[in-house]
Ligand binder design. Structure first.
Ligand code: NAI
Length: 327
Protein backbone atom coordinates (compact mmCIF):
# COMPACT_ATOMS: atom_id res chain seq x y z
CA UNK A 1 0.00 0.00 0.00
CA UNK A 2 1.14 3.57 -0.64
CA UNK A 3 0.90 5.71 2.48
CA UNK A 4 1.37 9.47 2.82
CA UNK A 5 2.48 10.52 6.30
CA UNK A 6 1.77 14.02 7.60
CA UNK A 7 3.24 15.88 10.60
CA UNK A 8 6.19 13.50 10.36
CA UNK A 9 9.03 13.84 12.86
CA UNK A 10 12.38 12.04 12.78
CA UNK A 11 11.16 9.56 15.42
CA UNK A 12 8.04 8.68 13.37
CA UNK A 13 10.22 7.93 10.36
CA UNK A 14 12.66 5.91 12.47
CA UNK A 15 9.99 3.62 13.95
CA UNK A 16 7.77 3.28 10.86
CA UNK A 17 10.80 2.48 8.66
CA UNK A 18 11.96 -0.08 11.23
CA UNK A 19 8.67 -2.00 11.29
CA UNK A 20 7.54 -1.41 7.70
CA UNK A 21 5.97 -4.48 6.16
CA UNK A 22 6.63 -3.70 2.49
CA UNK A 23 4.49 -0.59 2.15
CA UNK A 24 5.60 2.44 0.18
CA UNK A 25 5.92 5.26 2.72
CA UNK A 26 6.09 8.92 1.74
CA UNK A 27 6.83 11.28 4.62
CA UNK A 28 5.76 14.93 4.83
CA UNK A 29 6.76 17.18 7.71
CA UNK A 30 3.84 19.54 7.10
CA UNK A 31 0.52 18.84 8.82
CA UNK A 32 -2.47 17.75 6.79
CA UNK A 33 -4.58 20.75 5.82
CA UNK A 34 -6.61 21.80 2.76
CA UNK A 35 -3.43 22.99 0.98
CA UNK A 36 -1.12 20.10 1.89
CA UNK A 37 -3.59 17.57 0.45
CA UNK A 38 -1.93 18.65 -2.85
CA UNK A 39 1.08 16.57 -1.78
CA UNK A 40 -0.90 13.36 -2.09
CA UNK A 41 -0.08 11.66 -5.36
CA UNK A 42 -1.33 8.11 -5.72
CA UNK A 43 -1.41 7.11 -2.04
CA UNK A 44 -4.60 5.43 -0.88
CA UNK A 45 -3.88 5.93 2.81
CA UNK A 46 -2.92 8.97 4.89
CA UNK A 47 -1.26 8.49 8.26
CA UNK A 48 -1.84 11.41 10.63
CA UNK A 49 -1.35 12.49 14.25
CA UNK A 50 -3.14 14.46 16.97
CA UNK A 51 -2.86 17.95 15.50
CA UNK A 52 -3.71 17.18 11.88
CA UNK A 53 -7.11 18.72 11.27
CA UNK A 54 -9.28 16.33 9.28
CA UNK A 55 -12.31 18.55 8.85
CA UNK A 56 -14.92 18.18 6.10
CA UNK A 57 -12.88 20.24 3.62
CA UNK A 58 -9.78 18.08 4.09
CA UNK A 59 -11.74 14.83 3.93
CA UNK A 60 -13.51 15.92 0.74
CA UNK A 61 -10.08 16.66 -0.75
CA UNK A 62 -8.85 13.21 0.36
CA UNK A 63 -11.87 11.57 -1.29
CA UNK A 64 -11.17 13.47 -4.52
CA UNK A 65 -7.61 12.05 -4.39
CA UNK A 66 -9.00 8.50 -4.02
CA UNK A 67 -7.75 8.10 -0.46
CA UNK A 68 -9.57 5.16 1.15
CA UNK A 69 -8.06 5.02 4.64
CA UNK A 70 -7.21 7.55 7.33
CA UNK A 71 -4.78 5.85 9.71
CA UNK A 72 -4.50 7.80 12.94
CA UNK A 73 -1.24 7.05 14.73
CA UNK A 74 -2.86 8.12 18.00
CA UNK A 75 -5.81 7.16 20.21
CA UNK A 76 -7.91 10.35 20.26
CA UNK A 77 -10.01 11.10 17.16
CA UNK A 78 -11.59 14.45 18.10
CA UNK A 79 -9.71 15.99 15.13
CA UNK A 80 -11.58 13.89 12.51
CA UNK A 81 -14.99 14.70 11.00
CA UNK A 82 -16.23 11.10 11.15
CA UNK A 83 -19.57 11.94 9.48
CA UNK A 84 -17.87 13.23 6.35
CA UNK A 85 -15.42 10.32 6.34
CA UNK A 86 -18.33 7.87 6.47
CA UNK A 87 -20.24 9.75 3.75
CA UNK A 88 -17.12 9.58 1.55
CA UNK A 89 -16.59 5.89 2.32
CA UNK A 90 -13.19 6.52 3.88
CA UNK A 91 -12.31 4.16 6.71
CA UNK A 92 -10.78 5.66 9.84
CA UNK A 93 -8.56 3.48 12.01
CA UNK A 94 -6.61 4.41 15.12
CA UNK A 95 -4.17 3.08 17.69
CA UNK A 96 -6.44 2.83 20.73
CA UNK A 97 -3.69 1.89 23.13
CA UNK A 98 0.03 2.36 22.61
CA UNK A 99 1.31 2.78 26.07
CA UNK A 100 -1.21 3.86 28.66
CA UNK A 101 1.67 3.47 31.13
CA UNK A 102 3.64 6.17 29.30
CA UNK A 103 0.86 8.75 29.71
CA UNK A 104 -0.09 7.79 33.28
CA UNK A 105 3.57 7.90 34.34
CA UNK A 106 4.00 11.29 32.68
CA UNK A 107 0.96 12.62 34.59
CA UNK A 108 2.64 11.48 37.81
CA UNK A 109 5.94 13.05 36.72
CA UNK A 110 4.14 16.36 36.14
CA UNK A 111 2.44 16.18 39.52
CA UNK A 112 5.67 15.40 41.38
CA UNK A 113 7.59 18.12 39.55
CA UNK A 114 4.89 20.71 40.19
CA UNK A 115 4.57 19.79 43.85
CA UNK A 116 8.23 19.24 44.80
CA UNK A 117 9.55 21.86 42.34
CA UNK A 118 12.33 19.63 41.10
CA UNK A 119 12.62 21.73 37.91
CA UNK A 120 13.46 24.79 40.02
CA UNK A 121 15.73 22.85 42.38
CA UNK A 122 17.69 21.43 39.44
CA UNK A 123 18.47 24.91 38.08
CA UNK A 124 19.14 26.36 41.50
CA UNK A 125 21.68 23.74 42.53
CA UNK A 126 23.51 23.97 39.20
CA UNK A 127 24.00 27.66 39.87
CA UNK A 128 25.44 26.98 43.30
CA UNK A 129 22.25 28.07 45.09
CA UNK A 130 21.53 25.49 47.77
CA UNK A 131 18.73 27.41 49.48
CA UNK A 132 15.43 25.64 50.14
CA UNK A 133 13.42 28.87 50.26
CA UNK A 134 10.10 28.54 48.32
CA UNK A 135 10.70 24.90 47.40
CA UNK A 136 8.23 23.58 49.99
CA UNK A 137 5.83 20.94 48.70
CA UNK A 138 3.26 18.69 50.36
CA UNK A 139 3.02 14.95 51.05
CA UNK A 140 0.91 13.10 48.50
CA UNK A 141 0.20 10.54 51.22
CA UNK A 142 -3.46 10.73 52.31
CA UNK A 143 -4.35 13.44 49.82
CA UNK A 144 -7.57 13.02 47.83
CA UNK A 145 -7.01 12.50 44.11
CA UNK A 146 -9.97 12.89 41.75
CA UNK A 147 -9.63 11.09 38.43
CA UNK A 148 -12.00 12.00 35.57
CA UNK A 149 -12.15 9.26 32.93
CA UNK A 150 -11.09 5.89 34.20
CA UNK A 151 -10.16 3.98 31.08
CA UNK A 152 -6.78 2.49 30.26
CA UNK A 153 -4.70 5.50 31.33
CA UNK A 154 -6.90 6.56 34.25
CA UNK A 155 -6.74 3.05 35.78
CA UNK A 156 -2.93 2.97 35.68
CA UNK A 157 -2.78 6.47 37.13
CA UNK A 158 -5.06 5.35 39.99
CA UNK A 159 -2.83 2.37 40.77
CA UNK A 160 0.25 4.58 40.96
CA UNK A 161 -1.49 7.11 43.19
CA UNK A 162 -2.72 4.32 45.46
CA UNK A 163 0.93 3.39 45.86
CA UNK A 164 1.52 6.86 47.31
CA UNK A 165 -1.25 6.22 49.85
CA UNK A 166 -3.72 8.65 48.29
CA UNK A 167 -7.50 8.46 48.65
CA UNK A 168 -9.00 8.03 45.18
CA UNK A 169 -12.31 9.41 43.88
CA UNK A 170 -13.36 8.66 40.32
CA UNK A 171 -15.89 9.91 37.80
CA UNK A 172 -16.73 8.23 34.51
CA UNK A 173 -19.86 7.87 32.39
CA UNK A 174 -19.59 4.08 32.65
CA UNK A 175 -18.83 2.20 35.85
CA UNK A 176 -16.32 -0.63 35.97
CA UNK A 177 -17.45 -3.30 38.49
CA UNK A 178 -13.81 -4.36 38.98
CA UNK A 179 -12.92 -0.92 40.34
CA UNK A 180 -15.95 -0.92 42.66
CA UNK A 181 -14.87 -4.36 43.90
CA UNK A 182 -11.44 -2.91 44.66
CA UNK A 183 -13.18 -0.36 46.91
CA UNK A 184 -12.63 2.67 44.67
CA UNK A 185 -15.49 5.16 44.86
CA UNK A 186 -17.37 6.54 41.88
CA UNK A 187 -18.75 9.92 42.88
CA UNK A 188 -20.80 12.55 41.05
CA UNK A 189 -18.61 15.06 39.24
CA UNK A 190 -19.51 17.94 41.59
CA UNK A 191 -18.49 15.84 44.59
CA UNK A 192 -15.18 14.98 42.94
CA UNK A 193 -14.58 18.69 42.29
CA UNK A 194 -15.47 19.62 45.90
CA UNK A 195 -13.37 16.96 47.64
CA UNK A 196 -10.22 16.56 45.58
CA UNK A 197 -6.85 18.05 46.45
CA UNK A 198 -5.56 16.94 43.05
CA UNK A 199 -7.62 16.41 39.87
CA UNK A 200 -6.25 14.50 36.88
CA UNK A 201 -8.04 14.44 33.52
CA UNK A 202 -8.04 11.18 31.55
CA UNK A 203 -11.30 11.37 29.56
CA UNK A 204 -11.54 11.96 25.81
CA UNK A 205 -12.41 15.34 24.36
CA UNK A 206 -15.98 15.33 23.08
CA UNK A 207 -18.97 17.71 23.26
CA UNK A 208 -19.70 16.54 26.84
CA UNK A 209 -16.16 17.10 28.10
CA UNK A 210 -15.30 20.27 26.14
CA UNK A 211 -14.28 22.95 28.70
CA UNK A 212 -15.18 20.62 31.56
CA UNK A 213 -12.87 22.72 33.74
CA UNK A 214 -14.29 26.23 33.55
CA UNK A 215 -15.15 29.18 35.76
CA UNK A 216 -18.19 27.51 37.36
CA UNK A 217 -16.58 24.10 37.93
CA UNK A 218 -13.39 25.74 39.25
CA UNK A 219 -15.51 27.61 41.82
CA UNK A 220 -16.67 24.22 43.18
CA UNK A 221 -13.09 23.09 43.85
CA UNK A 222 -10.99 23.31 46.99
CA UNK A 223 -8.72 26.31 47.34
CA UNK A 224 -5.19 25.55 46.04
CA UNK A 225 -6.38 22.54 44.00
CA UNK A 226 -3.79 20.94 41.73
CA UNK A 227 -5.00 20.12 38.20
CA UNK A 228 -3.14 17.79 35.85
CA UNK A 229 -4.20 17.58 32.20
CA UNK A 230 -2.65 14.94 29.97
CA UNK A 231 -5.98 14.38 28.12
CA UNK A 232 -6.74 17.08 25.58
CA UNK A 233 -6.24 20.84 25.80
CA UNK A 234 -9.87 21.82 25.32
CA UNK A 235 -10.93 19.90 28.45
CA UNK A 236 -9.88 23.13 30.18
CA UNK A 237 -11.16 26.62 29.45
CA UNK A 238 -7.71 28.17 29.62
CA UNK A 239 -8.72 31.81 30.23
CA UNK A 240 -10.91 30.65 33.16
CA UNK A 241 -7.97 28.67 34.53
CA UNK A 242 -5.80 31.80 34.31
CA UNK A 243 -8.42 33.75 36.26
CA UNK A 244 -8.30 31.13 39.02
CA UNK A 245 -4.51 30.94 38.98
CA UNK A 246 -4.48 34.69 39.61
CA UNK A 247 -6.91 34.48 42.53
CA UNK A 248 -5.14 31.46 44.06
CA UNK A 249 -7.97 28.93 43.67
CA UNK A 250 -5.65 26.80 41.53
CA UNK A 251 -2.53 25.93 43.53
CA UNK A 252 -0.80 24.19 40.65
CA UNK A 253 -1.54 23.49 37.00
CA UNK A 254 0.36 20.93 34.93
CA UNK A 255 -0.45 20.66 31.26
CA UNK A 256 0.81 18.22 28.66
CA UNK A 257 -1.87 19.48 26.27
CA UNK A 258 -3.19 22.93 25.38
CA UNK A 259 -6.23 23.97 23.39
CA UNK A 260 -4.24 25.87 20.73
CA UNK A 261 -1.27 23.49 20.83
CA UNK A 262 -1.35 22.71 17.12
CA UNK A 263 0.18 26.15 16.41
CA UNK A 264 3.27 25.39 18.51
CA UNK A 265 3.66 21.93 19.98
CA UNK A 266 6.11 19.42 18.46
CA UNK A 267 8.08 22.27 16.80
CA UNK A 268 11.02 24.47 17.83
CA UNK A 269 9.77 28.07 18.18
CA UNK A 270 12.62 29.20 20.41
CA UNK A 271 13.67 31.96 18.00
CA UNK A 272 10.13 33.10 17.13
CA UNK A 273 7.76 35.63 18.59
CA UNK A 274 4.97 33.51 20.10
CA UNK A 275 1.71 35.16 19.13
CA UNK A 276 -0.42 33.43 21.72
CA UNK A 277 -0.95 35.68 24.72
CA UNK A 278 -2.86 33.00 26.63
CA UNK A 279 -0.02 30.49 26.35
CA UNK A 280 2.54 33.17 27.23
CA UNK A 281 0.50 34.30 30.25
CA UNK A 282 0.29 30.68 31.43
CA UNK A 283 4.05 30.41 31.25
CA UNK A 284 4.52 33.39 33.58
CA UNK A 285 3.00 31.57 36.57
CA UNK A 286 5.52 29.91 38.88
CA UNK A 287 2.98 27.19 39.65
CA UNK A 288 2.28 26.15 36.04
CA UNK A 289 4.30 23.62 34.14
CA UNK A 290 3.73 22.78 30.51
CA UNK A 291 5.13 19.97 28.43
CA UNK A 292 4.63 19.72 24.72
CA UNK A 293 2.27 16.72 24.42
CA UNK A 294 5.01 14.28 25.31
CA UNK A 295 2.98 11.96 27.55
CA UNK A 296 3.01 9.23 24.91
CA UNK A 297 6.68 9.66 24.04
CA UNK A 298 8.43 6.46 25.08
CA UNK A 299 10.15 3.86 22.92
CA UNK A 300 7.53 1.29 23.91
CA UNK A 301 4.73 3.58 22.73
CA UNK A 302 6.45 4.48 19.43
CA UNK A 303 7.01 0.78 18.74
CA UNK A 304 3.38 -0.01 19.49
CA UNK A 305 2.11 2.87 17.33
CA UNK A 306 4.02 1.58 14.29
CA UNK A 307 3.05 -2.07 14.90
CA UNK A 308 -0.64 -1.33 15.41
CA UNK A 309 -0.85 1.01 12.43
CA UNK A 310 0.60 -1.65 10.10
CA UNK A 311 -1.65 -4.31 11.67
CA UNK A 312 -4.69 -2.07 11.10
CA UNK A 313 -3.81 -1.71 7.42
CA UNK A 314 -3.18 -5.44 7.06
CA UNK A 315 -6.57 -6.25 8.59
CA UNK A 316 -8.38 -3.81 6.28
CA UNK A 317 -6.46 -5.07 3.27
CA UNK A 318 -7.06 -8.77 4.03
CA UNK A 319 -10.59 -8.76 5.41
CA UNK A 320 -12.04 -5.28 4.86
CA UNK A 321 -12.63 -4.95 8.58
CA UNK A 322 -10.46 -3.89 11.49
CA UNK A 323 -11.09 -3.94 15.25
CA UNK A 324 -9.57 -0.48 15.53
CA UNK A 325 -11.87 1.12 12.99
CA UNK A 326 -13.83 4.11 14.33
CA UNK A 327 -17.40 3.77 13.15
P1 NAI B 1 -9.97 5.08 27.21
O1 NAI B 1 -10.97 5.11 26.09
O2 NAI B 1 -9.39 3.79 27.63
O3 NAI B 1 -10.62 5.77 28.50
C1 NAI B 1 -11.37 6.94 28.45
C2 NAI B 1 -12.36 6.90 29.61
O4 NAI B 1 -13.05 8.15 29.63
C3 NAI B 1 -13.42 5.79 29.44
O5 NAI B 1 -13.54 5.05 30.64
C4 NAI B 1 -14.69 6.56 29.12
O6 NAI B 1 -15.86 5.93 29.61
C5 NAI B 1 -14.42 7.87 29.87
N1 NAI B 1 -15.28 8.97 29.42
C6 NAI B 1 -15.83 9.16 28.20
N2 NAI B 1 -16.61 10.26 28.23
C7 NAI B 1 -16.54 10.75 29.50
C8 NAI B 1 -17.14 11.85 30.15
N3 NAI B 1 -18.00 12.66 29.51
N4 NAI B 1 -16.85 12.06 31.45
C9 NAI B 1 -16.00 11.22 32.12
N5 NAI B 1 -15.42 10.15 31.56
C10 NAI B 1 -15.69 9.92 30.25
O7 NAI B 1 -8.84 6.11 26.78
P2 NAI B 1 -7.36 6.22 27.33
O8 NAI B 1 -6.46 5.39 26.50
O9 NAI B 1 -7.37 6.03 28.80
O10 NAI B 1 -7.01 7.75 26.96
C11 NAI B 1 -7.69 8.83 27.57
C12 NAI B 1 -7.36 10.12 26.84
O11 NAI B 1 -5.98 10.43 27.02
C13 NAI B 1 -7.51 10.03 25.30
O12 NAI B 1 -8.85 10.28 24.90
C14 NAI B 1 -6.59 11.10 24.81
O13 NAI B 1 -7.30 12.32 24.67
C15 NAI B 1 -5.56 11.25 25.94
N6 NAI B 1 -4.23 10.80 25.51
C16 NAI B 1 -3.17 11.66 25.71
C17 NAI B 1 -1.89 11.29 25.33
C18 NAI B 1 -0.72 12.19 25.58
O14 NAI B 1 0.37 11.95 24.99
N7 NAI B 1 -0.83 13.21 26.43
C19 NAI B 1 -1.64 10.01 24.65
C20 NAI B 1 -2.81 9.14 24.58
C21 NAI B 1 -4.05 9.56 24.97
Amino acid sequence: MKIAFFSTKSYDKQYFDLFNEGHELRYHEISLNPTSTELIKDETCVCVFVNDNLNAEVINALAAKQVKIIALRCAGFNNVDLGTAKAKNIKVVRVPSYSPHAVAEHAVALLLTLNRKTHKAYNRVREGNFSLEKLEGFDLYQKTVGVIGVGKIGKIFINIMKGFGCKILIYDIVQDPELIQKGISYVPLNELFAQSDIISLHCPLNPQTHHLINDSTLKLMKDHVYIINTGRGALIHTEDAIKHLKNGKIGGLALDVYEQESDFFFTDHSSDIINDDVLMRLMTFPNVIITSHQGFFTKEALTQIAHTTFANLKALNNTGVCDNEIK
